[in-house]
Write a protein that binds this ligand. Structure first.
Ligand code: ZN
Length: 206
């Protein structure tokens, strides 16, 4: 008996976006401060410089897509409504600074889930690249792809769909357990934070 795999996501691209490029962002440790297993909207804390960095991508008409594993749901630490509240807060704080993301995708599944409904070895769960593939399809398959993350699984998922991969030192800074063991998890670039990543990306697109 197979379970039905349901993924909630937001895709609301701004008008007039470029069709040739996309920037994917991991969420925890890249956009908001890394809190071990963030599962409550009160603990969401935007990292410094993030709003301005995302606004620079918006001003360059580059699609910005958030891609995150949310195993907190599979662990039963919160439900998907709380994930929605966290994303609503992120969107609201960005909008107060004149910035927006064009899509938010997450995977609540895990093969080790405590909650039976979410116990699935899901293609969307990083290091697999299902989330990125879905977003690429919706965006019309832009050819220039960038992935900004803080963990090996972000690099692996990004490389699987041909992204240039950038690891930031905020969050886990790419020093998680897989990083260093798997040569494929070596990012193309390392920078201090999202601002540094965005400035680097924009230089590549000149
Ligand atoms: Zn999933």
């Amino acid at each position: 008996m197979s379970k039905e795999i349901i993924h909630e996501y937001i895709f609301s691209p701004a008008p007039g976006l470029r069709g040739d490029v996309v920037v994917f962002l991991d969420r925890d440790g890249v956009v908001n401060r890394e809190v071990h297993l963030l599962h409550s909207v009160e603990d969401f804390d935007m990292l410094p410089g993030v709003i301005g960095a995302i606004k620079k991508l918006n001003d360059a008409s580059i699609p910005v897509i958030v891609i995150s594993n949310q195993t907190v749901v599979s662990r039963g630490m919160c439900d998907e409504k709380e994930i929605g509240r966290i994303h609503h807060r992120m969107v609201r704080e960005l909008s107060l600074g004149g910035a927006k993301v064009d899509g938010i995708f997450y995977c609540p599944h895990s093969p080790q889930a405590d909650v039976e409904q979410y116990r699935i070895d899901c293609d969307w769960r990083k290091p697999k690249s299902g989330m990125l593939k879905k977003a690429l399809e919706l965006l019309g398959n832009p050819l220039r792809r960038f992935m900004v993350g803080d963990m090996a699984r972000d690099v692996l998922a990004g490389k699987d769909v041909g992204c240039v991969t950038i690891v930031v030192d905020t969050g886990h800074g790419g020093e998680d357990e897989v990083f260093g063991q798997d040569p494929n998890a070596k990012p193309d670039v390392r920078v201090a934070d999202l601002s540094g990543a965005v400035d680097w990306i924009l230089r590549q697109l000149l």
